[in-house]
Design a protein around this ligand. Structure first.
Ligand code: FES
Length: 155
């Protein structure tokens, strides 16, 4: 059940953006930036305000990897899966992270500390493979660096 505070925030964003052309995308960004994800409870008010079906809103949210439909952990670890990073071994980093954290993409560790997400280029191709934890981009990632990141996140 969504808190009244979150419902209020969603309504504020909807009211602020509903009349702008192409409002759906900025609205999704605003909601996720504010409360961390796009709750299912937001689909109906959004669909009413933008004259869309709930299924269309749901389809939009789930189409874009960027949008989360569940609350994230305290830290978000994003692994670049784009071409340059792939050519420099990001698949190994990806497997290592999944194994080490015991989760797959779009999942959060049991202790609610880390959410793992894929990302498609962090603009750091010259230092591939790259990951981003919260707002920090890290290049030339190795398994040891991943261990350090996870240790740091646990502090
Ligand atoms: S391809 Fe990974 S940072 Fe650009």
């Amino acid at each position: 059940m969504l808190s009244d505070n979150k419902i209020e925030k969603i309504e504020q964003h909807v009211n602020l953006l509903k009349d702008k052309p192409g409002a759906l995308l900025p609205l999704m960004h605003a909601i996720q930036d504010d409360i961390g994800y796009i709750p299912e409870e937001s689909y109906e008010p959004i669909s009413k305000a933008l004259s869309l079906s709930v299924a269309e809103v749901h389809g939009f949210v789930t189409f874009y990897h960027h949008f989360r439909t569940k609350p994230s952990g305290k830290h978000i670890l994003q692994i670049c899966r784009a071409e340059s990073c792939q050519s420099m071994g990001s698949e190994n980093i990806e497997s290592y992270c999944k194994e080490k954290l015991g989760i797959d993409y779009h999942e959060t560790t049991e202790d609610q500390l880390i959410t793992l997400e894929p990302v498609y280029c962090l603009g750091n191709c010259a230092c591939s493979p790259a990951v981003m934890i919260d707002d920090e981009v890290i290049g030339r990632v190795t398994e040891d660096k991943i261990d350090d990141l996870i240790q740091e996140a646990k502090k």
